[in-house]
Unconditional design. Structure first.
Length: 242
């Protein structure tokens, strides 16, 4: 085998690495653009408990943006080499409404829990109440993230997607632990720097796609009756209503 022939795989690996970095940067730019209204509102707010409802409003664009980025990540894992920007736009168009239907109630509940935790600080036994509220908030966040994965991948009604989100967490403990770890990572990044968290969003979503693969496989195998490869969850993009 010639030297030129032996170098082809290495050149291919380098090309794929560069392509992956470029794709991540494009998805990141699209993600930030989709979240721009929320980012602008967050930057204008003082981090006080009284502003919790406004922070909740700022978080609303995050749901559809995450769904679109997750759409891109799953396409990438499935080997789709379509333009990342085009894939993001398609993912946003297909999933924004359904993502918002599961994301907005979760954000509203988290805002109420945050306000309740603040009020409990001055009450007797406040530490215990705050601990319970914190655990409850963590459960809500994990279920919301699981539901976002479901509505991004399949055509289900919102209430059915919520039930499936809980179901897959029970059936796939590894997925549940992975989502908890990802949320902990996101929380650590936000506490370190909001801008750092935003800059790492595309990589975080790629990890989400990997962690949630088992849950997507489970839903595909047990609830869609689809005989296609379950590792291509977006085959339903143009079918039916959710």
């Amino acid at each position: 085998m010639s030297t030129a022939q032996r170098s082809v795989p290495h050149e291919g690996l380098l090309w794929r690495a560069c392509e992956g970095v470029y794709r991540a940067l494009v998805v990141e730019a699209c993600f930030l653009a989709a979240c721009a209204p929320g980012i602008a509102l967050t930057a204008a707010l003082v981090p006080e408990a009284s502003n919790a409802p406004l922070f909740g409003a700022a978080a609303l664009p995050l749901g559809p943006a995450l769904a679109a980025a997750l759409h891109c990540a799953n396409r990438q894992l499935a080997g789709d080499d379509t333009s990342a920007a085009r894939t993001f736009r398609r993912g946003w168009r297909l999933n924004a409404a359904d993502a918002l239907r599961v994301w907005a109630p979760a954000v509203a509940v988290l805002v109420v829990l945050a306000l309740s935790a603040t009020a409990a600080a001055a009450a007797p036994g406040g530490a215990v109440v705050r601990a319970v509220l914190t655990v409850t908030a963590a459960v809500v966040a994990v279920v919301a993230l699981s539901a976002l994965v479901v509505v991004t991948s399949f055509r289900f009604r919102t209430r059915d997607a919520a039930r499936l989100a809980v179901h897959v967490l029970g059936r796939r403990p590894a997925t549940a632990l992975g989502l908890v770890a990802l949320l902990a990572l996101a929380g650590a990044l936000v506490l370190t720097s909001l801008w750092l968290a935003l800059a790492a969003a595309s990589l975080w979503v790629l990890l989400l796609a990997v962690v949630s693969r088992g849950a997507v496989d489970l839903v595909a195998a047990e609830f869609t009756g689809d005989e296609h490869d379950p590792h291509d969850p977006y085959r339903h993009d143009d079918e039916g209503e959710r």
